[in-house]
Design a binder for this molecule. Structure first.
Ligand SMILES: Cc1cc2nc3c(=O)[nH]c(=O)nc-3n(C[C@H](O)[C@H](O)[C@H](O)COP(=O)(O)OP(=O)(O)OC[C@H]3O[C@@H](n4cnc5c(N)ncnc54)[C@H](O)[C@@H]3O)c2cc1C
Length: 499
C-alpha cells in the first residue's frame, strides 16, 4: 500500500496562518478603540503598554522555542539507502529509540522534516514529571484500577529513565531535581487538589499536601496558596536535552537526515520510505511523529494535535530574584481546568506555559505564532507575579501535543505486515514518557516486550469526524476557559481589594 501525504500540512517555519498584520491590526484596535472608551488620562498609558506588548510578542520570529537550528545541520537524504530500521521524527521518542537500537548494532536511519527538536521536544516547558496531574478521570473508568496502577508506574518510570539517560550520555541540560507542585490559587481548588492526590495515592503515586504554612516555609511565591508536592522529577532545559540525545545518537552511528520529510511510504515486508530526493528501505519503520502522525494518514481517528504556547521573560535581576524567594525553584502547575505552568530557568528567566490551548481544524499543525495565547499567558504572568508586571518578554512560541480521548499514550503497530510502529498521544507529559516509549518500542523491535509497554495497550476511543470534532473540542475548551477566567477574576479582585 502506498501512503501519499498532504504536502500542504505542517512544517515550514516561515508559513503562517495568523499573519503579523492580523496581529498588528488586533493590537491597533486594542490601542485605538479601547482607550477611546476610557478616561482621557489613561489613553496614553494604555497605548504605550500595548505598543510594548506588540514589540515583545513580535520577538517570536527571532527566538522560537528552546532550540534554534543546530550548528552542525545533518545533510538531507540524497539517493536510495537501506537500513535495519527507519525512524521518522527526531524528538525524544525517535532519538531514544534510535539510541537503543544503535547500541545493539542495528543500522538506523532517522528522517527529520526540519531539524532534531523542531517539534514539541524543543518547545516544551521542561517539566520532567511523573504522574502528578495526569487526567485520572478520563481513563480510569475504561481501563480499571489494576491497569491504572501500571499507567502510574509508567509515568513515574519515565522520570527515572530520563535521569538515568542524562547520566549515561553525559547530557548537561540544567536539570534541577526540585520536585514539582500542583498548586491552588484559590481556596475553591483545594478539594480538587486533594481528590487528585487521593486517587494518585490509590494508584501508587507518592506525594504530600503542602498547606499555606508549608508553602510559605518553602518560599513559594504567595499566589500559590497550597499544593500537592511530589519530590520526584523537576525541571530541565528541553532544548539541551534533545540536542544531547541528538549528539549521542550521532556518536552511536545513527544516520540522521535533517530537512528530509517523509513524503510517502510503500508498505510490505520491506517498507520503502520516500523523501523528496531519495528513499530508505527497511524491514521496520517507526513513526515517532507524535502530533504530526495524523498528517501521515495514521491515527487520524485516534489522536488530535493540540496547540500549546509558552512565553519566556528576560532574566530576572538579582533584586527581583531575591524578592521572589522560591529557593528550590520547584516547577509549579496550577489546578485550573486548563493548567498554567510557571517555572524559573537556569538562566533566571521565568517561563509560563499552557493556560490556553486549542485544536486546529482538520488536525493540521501549521507552525504559526498564536498571539492570543501569548497575551493570555502574559496575563497569567502578571496575575501570579504582580511584582514582575514590567518585566519584558524575550520569547514566545507555540507547539503541538498529541491528545487521545482518554489522555493516554497511543502505541502500537500498523501496516500490511504490522511492521510500522507508532507512539503518540502523550499529552503534555512527553519529556519522560516519550523518551521511555521510544526506548521500549526499540526493545520491542529487538524482540522484548516491556511490561509497561504491554500495559499501555488498550482500546483508544475514536475521535469524532469533522466538523463535529472541531466544535466539540473547542467548545469544551471554551467552557473550561470561562470557568478558569471566572476564578482568575475572583482572585484578581481579591488581590486588588487587599491592596
Ligand atoms: C508548549 C509545550 C509545553 C510542554 N510542556 C511539557 C512539559 O513541561 N513536560 C512534559 O513532559 N511534556 C511537555 N510537553 C509535551 C512534550 O514536549 C511532548 O510530549 C514530547 O516532546 C513529544 O516528543 P516526540 O518525540 O514524541 O514528538 P516531537 O518532539 O513532536 O517530534 C516529532 C518530530 O517529527 C517530525 N516530523 C513530523 N512529520 C514528519 C515527516 N513527515 N517527516 C519527517 N519528520 C517529521 C517533526 O518535525 C518533529 O521534530 C509540552 C509540549 C508543548 C508544545
Amino acid at each position: 500500500m502506498v501512503k501519499e501525504l498532504d504536502a500542504n500540512q505542517g512544517g515550514g517555519a516561515g508559513h503562517s496562518g495568523v499573519t503579523r498584520r492580523t496581529f498588528v491590526k488586533g493590537a491597533a484596535i486594542a490601542t485605538i478603540v479601547a482607550p477611546a472608551m476610557a478616561a482621557a488620562g489613561s489613553v496614553h498609558a494604555e497605548s504605550v503598554v500595548e505598543a510594548k506588548v506588540t514589540a515583545d510578542l513580535g520577538k517570536y520570529r527571532a527566538l522560537g522555542g528552546w532550540v534554534e537550528k543546530p550548528d552542525d545541520p545533518q545533510p538531507a537524504l540524497e539517493g536510495d539507502v537501506q537500513a535495519d530500521v527507519v525512524i521518522v521524527g527526531a524528538g525524544f521518542a525517535g532519538l531514544s529509540a534510535a539510541l537503543e537500537l544503535a547500541a545493539h548494532g542495528a543500522k538506523v536511519v532517522v528522517l527529520e522534516r526540519e531539524f532534531a527538536g523542531f517539534g514539541a521536544s524543543g518547545r516544551n516547558a521542561g517539566y520532567l514529571a511523573g504522574a502528578l496531574g495526569i487526567e485520572y478521570d478520563l481513563f480510569l473508568k475504561n481501563i480499571g484500577q489494576e491497569k491504572g496502577k501500571k499507567i502510574v508506574s509508567f509515568y513515574e518510570e519515565g522520570v527515572s529513565f530520563v535521569e538515568r539517560k542524562l547520566k549515561e550520555h553525559g547530557i548537561d541540560c540544567d536539570y534541577n531535581q526540585s520536585g514539582l507542585i500542583r498548586a491552588g490559587i484559590d481556596a475553591s481548588q483545594e478539594e480538587k487538589v486533594r481528590e487528585g492526590m487521593r486517587i494518585g495515592a490509590e494508584l501508587g503515586l507518592q506525594s504530600q499536601f503542602l498547606d499555606q504554612a508549608a508553602m510559605r516555609a518553602r518560599g513559594i511565591p504567595p499566589a500559590f496558596l497550597f499544593g500537592n508536592y511530589t519530590p520526584r522529577g523537576g525541571t530541565l532545559n528541553p532544548g539541551k536535552y534533545v540536542m544531547g540525545l541528538r549528539r549521542a545518537a550521532l556518536r552511536a552511528g545513527v544516520k540522521i537526515y535533517e530537512n528530509t520529510p517523509l513524503l510517502s511510504y510503500v508498505e510490505g515486508a520491506v517498507i520503502k520510505a520516500r523523501t523528496p530526493r531519495g528513499s530508505v528501505s527497511a524491514p521496520i519503520m517507526m513513526l515517532a511523529t507524535n502530533a504530526y502522525t495524523p498528517e501521515l494518514g495514521v491515527l487520524g481517528g485516534k489522536v488530535i494535535p493540540i496547540r500549546v504556547s509558552a512565553i519566556e521573560t528576560e532574566p530576572l535581576s538579582a533584586a527581583q530574584l531575591a524578592a521572589l524567594g522560591w529557593p528550590r525553584r520547584e516547577g509549579i502547575v496550577t489546578a485550573h481546568w486548563t493548567m498554567e505552568s510557571h517555572r524559573l530557568t537556569a538562566h533566571n528567566t521565568l517561563l509560563v506555559t499552557t493556560k490556553r490551548i486549542s485544536y486546529p481544524y482538520g488536525s493540521k499543525t501549521p507552525n504559526v505564532p498564536d498571539y492570543d495565547q501569548y497575551r493570555e499567558l502574559r496575563v497569567a504572568l502578571h496575575d501570579r507575579f504582580p511584582a514582575l508586571r514590567n518585566i519584558a518578554l524575550r520569547a514566545c512560541w507555540s507547539g503541538y501535543i498529541s491528545l487521545a480521548g482518554d489522555a493516554l499514550p497511543v502505541v502500537g503497530t500498523t501496516g500490511s505486515h504490522q511492521n510500522i510502529y507508532y507512539a503518540a498521544g502523550c499529552t503534555g507529559h512527553g519529556v519522560g514518557t516519550q523518551s521511555l516509549v521510544g526506548n521500549m518500542i526499540a526493545k520491542r523491535i529487538r524482540g522484548t516486550e516491556d511490561e509497561l509497554l504491554a500495559a499501555l495497550r488498550h482500546d483508544t476511543p475514536s475521535t469524532l469526524p469533522e466538523p463535529l470534532r472541531w466544535c466539540v473540542v473547542n467548545g469544551a475548551l471554551c467552557v473550561t476557559n470561562m470557568l478558569d477566567d471566572r476564578l482568575n477574576s475572583k482572585v484578581r479582585e481579591a488581590h486588588y481589594r487587599k491592596g
